[in-house]
Each structure stands twice: as C-alpha cells, then as structure tokens.
Design a protein around this ligand. Structure first.
Ligand code: ZN
Length: 235
C-alpha cells in the first residue's frame, strides 16, 4: 500500500501520524512524506531540513519531498494545490494523511484545505491532530502502543525545537493515552493515534479500497519512472 503524509513544517507529520508511519513502513508499506516548508520561522531552515531527513530515515520512508514554501505564508491557492496534486500523482497513494482544515495554525489549515482539492481523485483521506489541535472529533483509531517509545524518539530528532512544550514526551504520550481511553478499544491498548475522516472507500470485504482512475483523468507517475528525492538505501 502507498501511504502519503503531508505536513506544513518539519515535525508536523511526525507528531500527527509518526507512530502509524513507523508501523506501516515496518509492515512493508511504502511511506511517502511531503513537507511544504523548511520551518524557517522557528529555527534554521538548513538545520530543520536535516532533522526532517533524519526523521524520514528513522520512519523508514520510501521518499521524502521537502518544498520551499515560506513558513507562515501558506495560502490554499492554486500554487499550493498544484504542488500537492503533483506529489499525490507521484506517490499514487492508497491513503493520505494531512492536516485538519480546522487546525489552530493557519499554515496547517491551508494545507488541510488545499489537500481536499489536490487529492479530489484519491479514495482515502484522513486528517491528523497534533497536541495543540483543539477542535478535533476523531472517528478512526490506530493502536501505537508497541511503538510509542519510538514515536517519542522520533520527535526527539527535532532537537532544534526542544523548547516547545508540545514536542515533549508528556505531550505526545498524554494525547495518545487520552485518545486510547476515548477509543474504548481495550485495556491493553494504551496509546493511540486518531484521525478524522474526510473520505474513505471500502471494498466488498470492507477493506480500504483505492478506486481505479481512468488513465486520461489522472496523471499518475508510473512506479518505474519515479525518481525518489532521497534514496535512503544508497546513502
Ligand atoms: Zn506545523
């Protein structure tokens, strides 16, 4: 399965669905990460870029694309939509994780809104929360109990941001523990990442389904023609 995670700044994807992505990559799924800015407003862009690369490697992502949009200046116009759409076509995702369009940060909201249009032909779109997200009513729960310590380790890669309270282990674990309790799944599931549904398609067996698209309506990049930005295995 191809899984695409989209975020505004280095550390957003990791906070929102880092545990899910670690498990997905471990299960053999192809994880694609697309971060729109280098986070230059909250640190050195070069340093944050390096942290992001380390984090994608830690996750075991197949590809990481880092764009050069200016931090805090994202707007959900045609430029942003076209950028996201072109990476959606590149990754050919079965499922997309993105920001909520109700998020407290305007860059996050811009991406949440732009993704809906950019990924209009995609079958499955979920939005994630970060510890700062206020308005969030999740319907999907994913058990990350077995990788919660790795998620904390993943977030610690972003040491340039270590003064931020929402990147602390107690914020990450606290939110995951709260969602686990809310999920009412069982008493052995202690940490959960949760998501809101934008769109889900199910097949006859009620499994997640990627609805095939007519070749002339969506320009997907064939797998053999994909040029990955960071080829982890060759470094
Ligand atoms: Zn952010």
């Amino acid at each position: 399965m191809n899984i695409l995670a989209i975020g505004a700044h280095p550390d957003d994807i990791e906070l929102g669905c880092g545990g899910t992505l670690i498990k997905a990559a471990r299960e053999g799924h192809n994880v694609f990460m697309y971060t729109l800015t280098r986070g230059g407003k909250s640190g050195q862009a070069t340093e944050r870029t390096e942290e992001l690369k380390r984090s994608a490697k830690f996750i075991g992502a197949k590809d990481l694309k880092i764009d050069d949009y200016e931090d805090t200046k994202l707007t959900p116009g045609s430029e942003l939509i076209n950028s996201i759409e072109s990476y959606v076509n590149f990754a050919d995702p079965d499922v997309i994780f993105t920001h909520s369009k109700k998020d407290v940060h305007h860059d996050h909201r811009a991406i949440g809104t732009a993704t809906l249009e950019a990924a209009r032909n995609s079958s499955n779109i979920l939005t994630y929360e970060i510890p700062l997200t206020v308005e969030f009513e999740p319907q999907v729960f994913y058990d990350i109990t077995d990788v919660i310590d790795e998620k904390v380790e993943l977030i610690e890669i972003f040491w340039s941001q270590n003064a931020k309270l929402y990147l602390k282990a107690n914020a990450i674990k606290g939110l995951a523990e709260y969602r686990a309790l809310q999920s009412r799944l069982n008493s052995h599931i202690n940490y959960v990442e949760s998501f809101e549904v934008v769109k889900l398609c199910l097949d006859k067996q009620f499994r997640l389904m990627k609805v095939p698209q007519a070749a002339d309506s969506v320009k997907r990049v064939p797998e053999q023609e994909r040029e990955l930005e960071y080829a982890w295995n060759k470094r």
